[in-house]
Design a protein around this ligand. Structure first.
Ligand code: BTN
Length: 263
């Protein structure tokens, strides 16, 4: 049973493009909750998932006051400047391993199809242009579900200095306004396609698509810490489970999660 949280109608900016894309939205076509302000869309989607929300529920906000990134970081979410969206998924254990990889591919595809901007992915979950971050993905799992949160910078905004130095937005890259609703609709449609592929055991084609979109990053040096020691190696590829394969001298290591610094 799905509870009924208090929401207001979806603004036309999003309702129009989502209606137009309805046939392609698959599992995401049914329920979109809109918040003009919320702590974190991942929190509300997670709470609703725990209470039995159907797979495909979408929580979308104009502004987050406690947006979360990976590794306990903040995700700065100024009003109107980005897309802050979370979706409830109920994947099989095999599909769950590749959900973040599938989302990275879907976000690059969705942005390109809505705006023409070509982006690339950086393991594990960044979407970048010219070395600057344009979007991030945060998958948070429980036994019964995964909440997939996606943040996309659409307009340049007054980010704190440390964020501004590493971030970019679709509009800053293109030098023109873009339709935020269309970007959301195309990203969700692309995610629906990739998620369906995951469900059909076609994870290998998603991993191949990710590798193509990661071409500028593969072969680069990476640094990480493990057991209090710093390590360095060459990022070679990702394996079929989405882990990063790193060459350290003659050895080949597999990094499944955690912080990797790209040098
Ligand atoms: C990262 O790159 O660190 C992941 C960023 C994920 C941000 C999105 S915005 C929508 C959803 N709600 C959150 O609190 N975080 C994710």
């Amino acid at each position: 049973m799905t509870p009924d949280p208090i929401t207001v109608p979806l603004p036309e900016e999003f309702a129009g493009p989502l209606t137009m894309a309805r046939e392609r939205l698959g599992v995401f076509a049914h329920r979109v909750l809109w918040y003009s302000e919320i702590g974190s869309t991942n929190d509300i989607a997670g709470m609703l998932a725990e209470k039995g929300a159907d797979e495909g529920l979408v929580a979308l906000a104009d502004r987050q006051t406690a947006g979360r990134g990976r590794l306990g970081r903040n995700w700065v979410s100024p009003p109107g400047a980005g897309i802050y969206v979370s979706v409830v998924l109920r994947p099989s254990a095999a599909a769950a391993k590749l959900v973040t990889i599938a989302a990275g591919v879907a976000v690059t595809d969705g942005i390109e199809s809505a705006t023409g901007l070509s982006t690339h992915v950086k393991w594990p979950n960044d979407v970048q242009v010219s070395g600057r971050k344009l979007a991030g993905i945060l998958a948070e799992g429980a036994v019964s579900h995964v909440v997939l949160g996606i943040g996309i910078n659409v307009q340049p905004a007054a980010y704190p200095l440390d964020v501004a130095a590493r971030a970019t937005s679709i509009e800053a890259e293109l030098g023109r306004p873009v339709d935020r609703g269309l970007v959301l609709a195309e990203c969700l449609a692309a995610l629906a396609t990739r998620y369906r592929e995951l469900g059909e055991n076609r994870g290998a084609s998603i991993v191949d698509a990710w590798r193509m979109r990661a071409a500028p990053m593969l072969g680069r040096r990476v640094e990480w810490e493990s057991a209090g020691e710093r390590h360095m190696g060459l990022a070679e590829n990702i394996d079929d489970d989405g882990a990063l394969i790193v060459k350290v001298g003659a050895a080949t290591l597999r990094i499944r999660s955690g912080e990797v610094r790209w040098l």
